[in-house]
Design a protein around this ligand. Structure first.
Ligand SMILES: [Zn+2]
Length: 400
């Protein structure tokens, strides 16, 4: 038992919808939010530690539903990293985990990692050897022979191999299964294209069957119409990217509770900054060619009422992604809900984190300014707390 902590600020974005509470405060006990309200209205037990941030904003920690935690390093690109030893992969992954947490992302869903190294590094974090965000891990992504993302995955062909590959991930400790239902923008071989379907309905359904039996879910990388269709028919929980998603498919998703992680800023950044970042000309060409259709697809998803979340996939960025949402007429408050509560529910259905609600995990940020009027305030959090522990604190003068 540690002493309760009261954090107060000029504004708290509270509850399911991040409704602003002016001169608000959050009371934390044993890693869990005990109460949220106005600073003067909360009953505070004796011995409570107090942190005060006048003029600043307290909000839930951000949730990134799609990040391989390899940054823009060569490990995240194509197959260049595959000749590197596992220790190098683990170290790079741990490095980006630490940076990601310091940037205010308190939960990351990792949708595929070379040799399941995500599961190993997460264990090191849980045992206290490393700092990092809460992780929801897939282990190796399942892809067809020569398929998309094979640098982060395991090749499997036919329902029997897919069943075995999925069971191996669960046996290794995966929280969900990632499958590749189509080619992608980040091609791994000449001729790969996002419009090409990859794993078949039968292969995808075999994986969904394994996940369902273990009460886990499947997230599908699915860019083209056929790949998305196969994934939806197989019964996946979530579509990643959904570049060519049609209105009918969006309506099916809304009606069946299938989620969408569009990774909009990833595609925009590859198209606009890829050349300067030294990415392959082929990736930049493909990304540039899909921006318009991706935009129309996300508009279709919004019209249909699909639940969507934030994903950055190495080349995007959480603030860019939230800002991108606002270009569709979504308010900053609603976009922040997508980046917190909704993404938490996509990553871990039923989870009690991602919103400042009594009884939920104390995962929160303090940022200087008001993100509802200026999202750039999210760029460098003053304080980051994960499960009630301060993991970043840049302000010395806040102790009241
Ligand atoms: Zn990815």
């Amino acid at each position: 038992m540690t002493a309760p902590i009261l954090i107060s600020a000029g504004c708290v974005l509270a509850g399911d919808d991040l409704d602003p509470i002016v001169d608000g405060a959050v009371l934390i006990r044993d890693g869990v939010i005990d109460a949220v309200g106005t600073a003067t209205g909360l009953g505070v037990p004796p011995g409570t530690a107090r942190l005060s941030f006048p003029g600043m904003t307290i909000l839930p920690g951000l949730v990134d539903c799609h990040d391989h935690l390899l940054g823009r390093s060569r490990f995240g690109e194509g197959l260049d990293g595959l000749t590197e030893p596992d220790g190098m992969w683990a170290t790079v992954f741990a490095h980006y985990s630490r940076l990601t947490l310091a940037a205010g992302v308190t939960t990351v869903r990792v949708p595929g990692m070379h040799r399941g190294i995500d599961l190993v590094v997460r264990r090191a974090m849980r045992e206290g050897f490393l700092a990092g965000p809460r992780m929801v891990c897939a282990g190796e992504a399942i892809t067809m022979t020569g398929g998309h993302g094979l640098g982060a995955g395991i090749e499997a062909d036919g329902p029997a191999e897919c069943t075995r590959a999925a069971r191996r991930q669960l046996a290794a400790g995966a929280d969900f299964i990632k499958v590749m239902a189509s080619g992608g923008v980040g091609t791994v071989r000449t001729g790969e294209d996002p419009t090409h379907p990859e794993l078949t309905v039968e292969e995808l359904a075999a994986v969904v069957g394994v996940a369902n039996s273990a009460r886990k879910y499947v997230a599908a990388h699915a860019d083209g119409v056929e790949g998305i269709e196969n994934a939806l028919q197989a019964g996946v929980h979530c579509i990643e990217h959904g570049i060519y998603l049609t209105q009918l498919q969006a309506e099916f998703m809304a009606n069946n509770g299938v989620k969408l992680v569009p990774t909009l800023s990833t595609m925009v950044n590859i198209a606009k900054k890829g050349a300067q970042w030294g990415l392959s000309a082929e990736w930049v060409r493909i990304a540039d060619g899909i921006l318009d259709v991706h935009r129309r697809s996300f508009e279709a998803a919004l019209r249909a009422g699909v639940c969507y979340g934030t994903g950055t996939d190495g080349y995007g960025d959480m603030v860019d992604e939230i800002t991108e949402f606002t270009t569709y007429g979504i308010s900053a408050q609603r976009a922040l809900r997508a980046a917190t509560r909704d993404s938490a529910q996509i990553a871990s259905p039923g989870a009690k984190f991602g919103a400042l609600i009594p009884g939920w995990s104390a995962d929160l940020l303090v940022v200087d300014g008001d993100p509802l009027t200026d999202l750039a305030a999210l760029r460098s959090p003053v304080l980051v707390m994960l499960e009630g522990a301060v993991v970043k604190d840049t302000a010395a003068a806040h102790c009241g």
